[in-house]
Design a protein around this ligand. Sequence first.
Ligand code: BES
Ligand code: ZN
Ligand code: ZN
Length: 496
Amino acid sequence: MKFTVTTKSIEEARADALIVLQTEDGMAGKTKNKKIAAHIAAFGRAVTARKTAAEWFCTLEPEANAATAHLLLDSVSFGTWLPPREKLKTTACRAGEICRKYSLKRLAIACHVKDAAAFASDVAEGLALGDFRDTRFKSEPNGRPELRVQFLVRQRDATSVRAALKETQPICEAVNEARELVHAPNNVLTPDALAKRARAIAKKSGLECDVLSERALERQGYNLILAVGAGSVHPPRLIILRHKPSKKPAVRDHIVLLGKGICFDTGGYCLKQSHNMHTMNNDMGGAAAVIGAMQAIAALDLPVRVTGIVPAAVNDVDAKAYHPGSILTAKNGKTIYIENTDAEGRLVLADGLARAGEEKADIVIDFATLTGSAAAALGPQIAALFTDDEPLAGALLTSGTETGDYLWRLPLVRDYEALLAHTLADMSNIASGGGGAIHAANFLKAFVPEGIRWAHLDIAGPATYKNNTRYFTPGATGYGVRLVTRALLGWTRKRT
Ligand code: BES
Ligand code: ZN
Ligand code: ZN
């Protein structure tokens, strides 16, 4: 999708479709052309007069300007429960869908509102994420023409709108990259293929990339990653991406983003039931979030040092696979009794946390499709946040509300820690009783190296959607990319 910003008026713009949205701020299209103005005003009145809010209101009215279809959409009354910015993105997505339906490729969007930069950014995001279709695995990939979108702005808003789009566009591209990674089937996206993709992204974006082979993992004592990956013919990898800012860092802290990269989770010997197992190529949604975020962070050259760490493995069944009842020694020396081979994510992350310590992280944020329990508790649209660090919680919760990557904080219950104890080993990899997401988080907490600030996001719910949701078609969402990139963006800005 191509975005441009122009100070042309509604009458001057050359496009296949002129899009005017009703916003909280009134109709977003102002014009001196009486006929078009009357048309827009009539729409605004009609929207205001309607009491029921559930439906879209849209006209395809070529009459006011013969060459251009006029799309007027009400972004206020649609989905009244949604925050205004999410409504706007969803409406923009709908406008894009209508344009696709009528093969309208050149879109002009009027941005005559108070905060034109925020408006244009949200519209761009709704269009870019809403227009994403993954046809790579069809025998005949459906090559749709690129949409070309012009934002019509007032002179005084041109600079701020351009600056906003310069951030939003690479973030959306990174979200869509993460969605492609998650969609890639397990026979295609092996740990090695994921590492190769990460390397290609690194090269394109100016990130440094290190990949540890199985041999290197053995030499360096990553026994948990090795154990989880032992049952697969596709050996595990540890992928490391580094962003070193070209400018003087505005934030002193070294941030590590850690992502669960299970390319397929059969459950191992504690085999999953077959009806949903096929979805478990999504079990690298955390890895995709980290790789996508690293791409965006590099593209924006954020003035902060960020390192992405992705332990990648396939949890499979085989004579060489790890077994329930084994006792393993983690990279940090702790011993773990394997009570359930399906609780594999926390194991690879435990070794990933040890690496974060070696990298001298100040802050670690991990992303993982870790437990069915988080998805059951919060449903498909909300991730579970666990942290004892109040400023980190505040920053992530705020970013969640602002970006639409929603999260809800759950407690790291101290009293439950004892439930992970084991008579023979230092810990068991599961706890008995309910509260699975909390036990998993408590397990990770035990592996956070001393002195590191840490937050854990269980994204088992929002990594993928089964149904059309806001501006997402069913499938991967790229959850986490916007959340963490925008959180860091805000952070670096505050400190400069
Ligand atoms: N990858 C799964 C969690 C998951 C489930 C993600 C459903 C997305 C949708 C994870 O490895 C797992 O199997 N967790 C178990 C843990 C249990 C054995 C303690 C779970 O949540 O049931
Ligand atoms: Zn599992
Ligand atoms: Zn898993």
